[in-house]
Design a protein around this ligand. Structure first.
Ligand code: UDP
Length: 463
């Protein structure tokens, strides 16, 4: 009889295959790899990560069953359901095999860490009696708002108020009805089914959160009080993990040498869609005119295919390039964190995806916020109203855009936002130091996983 200590502890990560979910999951893998774990990433065929960017990880592909028409529909809620239906068996089979291989080597799979929307991975972990932990990649405020939205939907209040109302939502201060995290494409009923699954009857033993105490302490406390399992807020994960790129689109680094030639704090960095949303030709024309008319330098990310009806920038107004002159630089995809850290960047026009929001604050860059859908609406409200490091753009109209850019880059109001963002940046640096709250949570997480490992190990040795 005796305790067998595994030589290598393996973690299996299961990201949701969208950029804003892949990035924090693979950053988490990098952070945990640096703590001595070995990492296997179980990924869908759709949007599969590039193994060359992660030479220390192993990869397990899972057939996801997503058809071309599923992908073309842009219906995220349905596609997440398809992924959940199709990946379970393949993950179970692959992990059974992996567990046998590891056992023979005297190693162990410690845990499955899955995105909060990859429900099947939790089922597989239960089935194989593995520790299961979920990663939430949105803000804590968004979780709170989603639960509140479900409740309001159940009470029939959501349709009564309409989602564009400026009225405050009872019990969800400071959110207005227009800030609630509705889906873009799915009906409320369909979206509610997905959210119910994300927030009720979870069986995981812990929650990792890509957020930071100094930003969301009170919301995190409320959530922890209601939670049966420990919560580890270790964000922004990119600040506690060794640097890693998990971009699905090739970054165009030429924009860094363009930025090198621009004056300090002068450039508005425009990445107003993130990795999913898209724009009509008319909306793009408004943005183009607003930027050109501001007469300030801009770096604009236009993701291929994000202007509906064109491959890239074919539908930009004909006179745009003349109007913008050498004031503008357009790229397909930017090294965003490096851009935000560049001294020439004075502001960030963002859709306020949660990663972009954290990355902007982490560099002390104030924002122009124009959400597209979902959690971005909640983030915008917090950025503009609670943390006050950004201004909300109400409408995609050229005059309003021109005014917002000039207010942020040139006016005192923008400078005050930059000062507040700089203060938050300093707090982020403190929280992500070796002795800061995010690193403390990361170490607690490691201890938590190890404590399960040792329980697993206390078993009779063969022979
Ligand atoms: N991103 C990037 N280059 C770009 C645009 C985006 O590297 O040109 C990265 C960005 O740094 C962030 C992620 O893509 O980490 C987008 O995630 P976010 O949560 O902000 O938005 P989503 O794409 O999920 O809407």
């Amino acid at each position: 009889m005796g305790e067998q200590i595994p030589r290598i502890r393996h973690l299996v990560l299961v990201p949701l295959p969208y950029q804003g979910h892949i990035n924090p999951m693979l950053q988490l893998g990098t952070a945990l790899h640096s703590k001595g774990f070995s990492i296997t990433v179980a990924h869908t065929i759709y949007n599969s990560p590039n193994p060359q960017n992660h030479p220390h990880f192993s990869f397990l592909p899972m057939p996801d069953g997503l058809s071309d028409s599923d992908l073309a529909s842009g219906d995220l809620v349905s596609n997440i359901q398809v992924i959940n239906e199709n990946c379970k068996e393949s993950l179970r089979r692959s992990l059974e095999q992996l567990m046998q291989e590891k056992e023979l080597q005297g190693d162990t799979i410690s845990c499955i860490i899955s995105d909060e929307l990859m429900f099947f991975a939790e089922d597989v972990a239960n089935n194989l009696k593995l520790l299961s932990i979920i990663l939430r990649t949105t803000s804590a405020a968004t979780s709170f708002a989603r639960c509140g939205l479900l409740k309001l939907g159940g009470e029939g209040q959501v349709s009564l108020q309409g989602s564009s109302s400026h009225d405050l939502v009872p019990q969800l201060h400071p959110l207005r009805f227009k800030d609630l995290p509705f889906s873009l494409t799915a009906s409320f009923g369909k979206f509610a089914v997905l959210m119910e699954k994300a927030y009720s009857n979870r069986t995981s033993s812990a929650i990792i959160w890509n957020t930071i105490k100094c930003l969301e302490q009170s919301t995190l406390e409320k959530i922890q009080q209601q939670s049966q399992v420990p919560i580890f807020p270790i964000g922004p994960i990119h600040m506690i993990a060794p640097p890693v790129s998990s971009n699905l689109i090739k970054e165009d680094r030429s924009c860094i040498s363009w930025l090198d030639k621009q004056p300090h704090n002068s450039v508005i960095f425009v990445s107003s869609l993130g990795s999913i949303a898209s724009l009509s030709e008319k909306e793009v024309a408004e943005i183009a005119s607003g930027l050109a008319n501001s007469k300030l330098p801009f770096l604009w990310v236009i993701r291929p295919g994000s202007i509906r009806g064109s491959d890239w920038i074919e539908l930009l107004p004909k006179d745009f390039h003349d109007a913008a002159g050498d004031k503008g630089c357009i790229v397909r995809w930017a090294p965003q964190r490096e851009v935000l850290a560049h001294p020439a960047v004075g502001g960030f026009w963002s859709h306020c995806g949660w990663n972009s929001t954290l990355e902007s604050i982490a560099e002390g860059v104030p924002m122009i916020c124009k959400p597209c859908f979902g959690d971005q609406r909640v983030n915008v409200r917090y950025v503009s109203h609670v943390w006050r490091v950004g201004l909300e753009l109400e409408e995609l109209k050229r005059e309003e855009i021109e005014r917002a850019v000039r207010r942020l880059i040139l006016h005192d109001e923008g400078k005050e936002m930059r000062d507040r963002a700089t203060k938050l940046k300093k707090k982020f640096e403190i929280c992500t130091r070796e002795d800061g709250s995010s690193n403390y949570s990361l170490n607690e997480l490691v201890n938590f996983i190890m404590s399960y490992d040792s329980l697993w190990c206390k078993r009779p040795q063969l022979g």
